[in-house]
Design a protein around this ligand. Structure first.
Ligand code: HSE
Length: 380
């Protein structure tokens, strides 16, 4: 199969390198502004108008002109494979609809979980099973920071700088530490697992900015580990709720054992039970393997990751609840209905554990206040 590759950055370089060793995948042209070679062009039309190219791989990142290029490729009759979580979380429904209309493929396994074949398996699982819930650790940068603070006693700024130096963080690392990267991946997993598209504003999202050693210490002393987790679950009325938040997980869970920048993702099927996947959630060659699996998937007849019934999520109907760890300045009142029990006073801080609280209520309580830190307590 002849391929047009959009982008020769980290992931694009990995795709190019692996594809060179494969006999049935030929990268015929590459769109790239920084280098010159006979196979490199700066003109998208040279790729979409090439009748020999059957499939376009988009690994440019960003939204524009990437979205316009993706549409052009589909309109010109090329299958599309993307690793771009931003593009798919923003334009997934539209691009999938266009691909369906044209009888073409649109696959994006590498947009979530780097090398982990999670979305592909989830998309197959949901055809034969009802997905009850899904979640896990989908951001390597924050996992690296929390792990470095917990196991190496590093401070937040140094740990973030190390994650940046190792190439794990996004260009703007606030996307990682504020939970937006994980939120984009949760939009994709929810679409694939539940056939619902969330808008970012419908997913309560809190990252790890503001985490202090006192929080990491509390996690360790209470037999838990602190992780940034995503979760989506189906309520009894059929609606789905989704959220991103720091989470205290039991020290014997698989999540607690996920070190450095690794990811760990799971889904629970009504018939299959819980299925867990772990591996490299980012990086040149790991992420490229998922792109190559999609290319092979298209050749084998795979077409879409979401169902025809995939529709916008109905916000506000389903609301998950669970207990929380909460750190506030000493003297700041905690809502009475939360039955919060103070567990410790450390310096100027009061540390609580609450009875079950609606996720939206806790996120609203902490919104805009960097002095408040909370973490959902994961049931074991
Ligand atoms: N910045 C992302 C992460 C890269 O840390 O997980 C992979 O999507």
């Amino acid at each position: 199969m002849k391929i047009g590759l959009l982008g020769l950055g980290v992931v694009g370089g990995g795709v190019y390198e692996i594809a060179r060793g494969l006999q049935d995948v030929e990268i015929k042209k590459v769109l790239e502004a920084r280098f010159t070679a006979d196979y490199i062009t700066q003109d998208i039309d040279e790729i979409v108008n090439d009748p020999e190219i059957e499939l376009v791989v988009e690994v440019l990142g960003g939204l524009h002109p990437t979205y316009e290029y993706a549409r052009k490729a589909l309109e010109a009759g090329k299958h599309l494979v993307s690793s771009n979580k931003l593009l798919v979380s923003a334009y997934g429904p539209e691009l999938t609809a266009l691909a369906r209309q044209k009888g073409l493929a649109f696959l994006y396994s590498a947009a979530c979980g780097g090398s982990i074949p999670y979305l592909e398996n989830l998309s197959m699982a949901r055809r034969v099973d009802q997905i009850v819930a899904l979640g896990g650790i989908l951001n390597g940068t924050t996992n690296f920071i929390l792990d470095a603070m917990g196991s190496r006693g590093m401070n937040y700024d140094d740990a973030l700088a190390e994650a940046q130096a190792l190439g794990y963080a996004e260009r703007d690392p606030s996307s990682d530490v504020d939970g937006l990267d994980a939120q984009q991946k949760l939009i994709l997993t929810s679409a694939v697992g539940f056939d619902v598209y969330f808008k970012p504003e419908d997913i309560p999202t809190r990252g790890i900015a503001g985490v202090l050693p006192v929080d990491i210490d509390y996690a360790g002393k209470s037999g838990r580990a602190l992780k940034l987790c995503v979760r989506a679950e189906r309520a009894p009325d059929g609606t789905v709720s989704a959220y991103v938040e720091p989470t205290l997980v039991g020290e014997n869970t698989l999540e607690a054992m996920i070190r450095a920048n690794l990811n760990c993702i799971w889904y629970e099927g009504e018939n299959s039970g819980v299925m867990r996947y772990m591996g490299q959630g980012a990086g040149k060659l790991p992420t490229a393997t998922n792109v190559l699996r999609d290319i092979r998937g298209v050749a084998a007849g795979r077409r879409y990751m979401t169902g025809v019934a995939c529709a916008p999520a109905v916000p506000g109907k389903a609301s998950a609840r669970h207990g929380y760890y909460l750190r506030v300045k000493a003297g700041v009142p905690v809502p009475e209905g939360w039955a919060a029990k103070q567990r410790a006073a450390v310096g100027d801080w009061a540390l609580y554990e609450t009875a079950p609280v609606a996720v939206e209520a806790m996120h609203a309580f902490a919104a805009g206040d960097p002095a408040v830190f909370f973490a959902g307590i994961q049931a074991e």
